[in-house]
Design a protein around this ligand. Structure first.
Ligand code: AP5
Length: 210
């Protein structure tokens, strides 16, 4: 299955994407995770991406499309994948369509996680990430094991002002993709992302007929 997870920053795309990838036995392709890993390793890609990410802006499309092409071409993704955080604008969606047509593959659906802005700001302020594994927790809603809590870090782009800017970028550049896919005939599933993590996952699987 080839699926796209859409939703504002902090909607739970990464959390649900990991659970869904396990349930469907396909990899999760998260452009944000790939960029953060490059940043952690200090590669040229990471250094180029840093200023965009810290400011809550989108990284240039050419950089992102190269990453996605590699990830989708991997043997691991031969049976499908969950896109988390990609595509982010109409140009990326059109480029993905072209890539899929060349590979003779097609999208099975788009899942839109719906969450209110106030919830998002609260989620971001409590989000903590393990710097080595990339595992994501929330101090209240998804607490980390006590023995690793001291190791966890907060993402630099999770400061309230940057989060509010990322929300504006989402509304302007990414939200139009909902109509883009509806008018392309790709099934678009809306899921209430405000419910507890396990309930969101159950709703999502049921939307997909699983
Ligand atoms: P990216 O990493 O994609 O960030 P994002 O889309 O802003 O989404 P987040 O990772 O912040 O949130 P999420 O929806 O995955 O939520 P999560 O599951 O963590 O991108 C970061 C940056 O990279 C971008 O700003 C841009 O610069 C660049 N970038 C990436 N892709 C790009 C692209 N394609 N093009 C251009 N630039 C790109 O959950 C959030 C918190 O809430 C966690 O603490 C979690 O535990 C908790 N939580 C999750 N679900 C629930 C729930 N149901 N109830 C309670 N708490 C919950």
């Amino acid at each position: 299955m080839l699926l796209i997870l859409l939703g504002p920053p902090g909607a739970g795309k990464g959390t649900q994407g990991s659970l869904l990838a396990d349930a469907l036995a396909v990899p999760k392709i998260s452009t944000g995770d790939i960029l953060r890993e490059a940043l952690r390793k200090g590669t040229p890609l990471g250094l180029e991406a840093r200023r965009f990410m810290d400011a809550g802006e989108l990284v240039p499309d050419t950089v992102i499309l190269g990453l996605v092409k590699d990830a989708l071409g991997s043997a691991e993704a031969a049976e499908g994948a969950i896109f988390d955080g990609f595509p982010r604008n109409v140009a990326q969606a059109e480029a993905l369509d072209e890539l899929l047509a060349r590979l003779d593959r097609k999208l099975d659906g788009v899942i839109v996680l719906e969450v209110r802005a106030d919830t998002i700001v609260e989620r971001m302020s409590g989000r903590r990430t393990h710097p080595d594994t990339g595992e994501v927790y929330h101090l209240t809603h998804n607490p980390p094991p006590p023995d690793i809590e001291h190791l966890l870090v907060q993402r630099p782009d999770d400061q309230e002002e940057t989060v509010r800017h990322r929300l504006k970028v989402y509304e302007k550049a990414t939200e139009p993709l909902i109509e883009f896919y509806k008018s392309s005939g790709v099934p678009v599933h809306h899921v209430d992302g405000e419910r507890p993590i396990e309930m969101v996952q159950a709703d999502l699987l049921s939307e997909l007929g699983r």
